[in-house]
Design a protein around this ligand. Structure first.
Ligand code: GAP
Length: 464
């Protein structure tokens, strides 16, 4: 179990400019989060490393970037319109709504009323909106369909009609995966990769979660990094194992301790409608052991459904001249927010330096938002300040994520740098004027090393 409490992470990330509650100036918007300067850096570093590891360093995976607003047939064909539901219950007394499988149904969490819930009903998690100039342009009114049917049954003169196929209806994508499937044929026809090959996508996904909770763990707007790895079905077991392996290499690369990860085989009844085998990778979050990401064998479910709905063939013709076939798919699906939470919770450390408590983030160098804090020991000696500015300019032109800090209290400077996970603090002091060396202090060990100015850039670059 993680050493840190969720509240400590929420507080640190807000105080130091990583993550803020969404729309906070207006009292917030449940299930949404905004990234501040350091959060953007951390997230970008994570995503760029992911792209390097899973796409750019390989020869079989290519990226697409599909539109977020897609034809609604995409979500009919994928099964999301019919089955992307969570069970919803409502307290008959105070009308608060909850996800039935996540709460104790013996009493209402809001008003305390005992055994007061309605029967669970399916609540579709997709956000819907309209495309094109319809209505007055200020949005839609959402009404419970069953309620509206009741009202209309009692009001025969009403001009309101219930449409089942509204041509302006669109959904915000609940997964990035479908943007890949609908472009499968485009990529094959324009690029003709050898099978097996993968198509990856990074981007936003939206789910109208009944109960968003636990900081960024369950949000209504989040980011996914997904790969659809297209294979010959005969190879699915071998390729599934290959992906389990690669995913563990990834955990290792980003510094998630192996002891905090559990591979969980998902039983048939609990698997998504499209999956023949699913492994969830669980992480020991501060809220307990929960799903970090998933790996699913989606068979040819999606491409077959696209064939059915679009009447277009999704067959792949192998270059060796063998018979064409509709590829099957292995899908690793990474949730960016859950990874950021896992990275922050495993990096959060507390210790004592000279009898003083400190908090530091033991982030891997590649992920740290700021690689080094740089500044003169004192602000009132112009030779030291001038030399510092000169070196800072040179280093910053090579390693951009370096921050100038010349606050006078070096102890506080170190604490602030530690708390945002900065691996190094570089100080120019009186001695630097004599020996052309600077002091480089290591975040984790707090050991200080003298490094020659002409070796400084290599010293830092060595960490990349
Ligand atoms: N394409 C398959 C798919 O979307 P999923 O298990 O529903 O599968 C994949 O989602 C990953 O997306 C999850 O393992 C998790 O990391 C992330 N995720 C899903 N819902 C989320 C939410 N409400 N907030 C944050 N991350 C979420």
């Amino acid at each position: 179990m993680s050493e840190v409490k969720l509240d400590d992470l929420v507080s640190l990330t807000k105080r130091r400019g990583f993550i803020f509650p969404g729309s906070s100036v207006y009292g917030g918007l449940s299930g949404t989060w905004d990234y501040g300067p350091l959060g953007v850096k951390l997230k970008d570093n994570f995503i760029n490393l992911w792209k390097y590891f899973f796409v750019d360093s390989r020869e079989d995976i290519y990226m697409v970037d599909a539109a977020i607003i897609m034809n609604k047939k995409v979500w009919q064909a994928s099964g999301h319109v019919d089955t992307f539901n969570d069970p919803l219950v409502e307290c008959k007394k105070c009308h608060s709504r909850f996800r039935a499988d996540k709460i104790d149904l013996s009493h209402c969490l809001v008003c305390g009323e005992k055994n007061s819930f309605t029967e669970p009903k399916n609540f579709n998690l997709m956000f819907s909106t309209s495309i094109g100039p319809i209505g007055d342009g200020v949005g839609e009114v959402t009404i419970d369909r069953a309620e509206l049917e009741k009202i209309l049954a009692n009001n025969k003169d009403s001009k309101i009609s219930l449409k089942t196929d509204n041509e302006n209806l669109v959904y915000l994508r609940p997964e990035t995966a479908q943007g890949i499937f609908v472009n499968f044929k485009n990529v094959v026809d324009s690029f003709y990769p050898n099978i097996p090959f993968g198509i990856a996508q990074h981007g936003k996904a939206f789910r109208n979660e009944i109960s968003p909770r636990d900081f960024i763990f369950r949000s209504r707007e989040f980011e996914q990094l997904e790969i659809e790895y297209f294979i010959n079905p005969e190879q699915w077991q071998e390729k599934f194992e290959m992906w389990i392996n690669l995913i563990h290499q990834w955990f290792n690369l980003i510094g998630l301790p192996a002891g905090m990860i559990t591979d969980k085989e998902i039983d048939g009844a609990d698997r998504a409608h499209y999956s023949k085998r699913t492994v969830d990778f669980e992480f020991d979050f501060p809220i307990g052991k929960e799903e970090l990401m998933g790996l699913a064998y989606r068979t040819d479910f999606d491409l077959r459904n696209i064939e059915m709905f679009s009447k277009k063939s999704m067959e792949y013709k192998p270059k060796d001249g063998s018979a064409s076939f509709v590829p099957h798919v292995i899908e690793p699906s990474f949730g960016v927010e859950r990874f950021i939470l896992a990275i922050l919770s495993s990096a959060y450390k507390q210790d004592e330096i000279n009898g003083e408590k400190r908090v530091y983030l033991d982030l891997p160098f590649k992920l740290s938002p700021i690689k080094a804090i740089f500044g003169p020991l004192v602000r009132n000696k112009s030779e030291i300040v001038d030399l510092s500015k000169k070196i800072f300019k040179e280093i910053k032109s090579e390693i951009t994520d370096i921050l100038w800090d010349d606050s006078n209290n070096i102890g506080k400077r170190y604490r602030r740098a530690d708390e945002i996970g900065t691996p190094f603090c570089i100080t120019v002091d009186f001695q630097s004027l004599e020996d052309n060396m600077v002091t480089v202090r290591d975040r984790n060990t707090t050991i200080q090393t003298r490094v020659a100015l002409d070796k400084l850039s290599d010293y830092l670059k060595k960490q990349f």
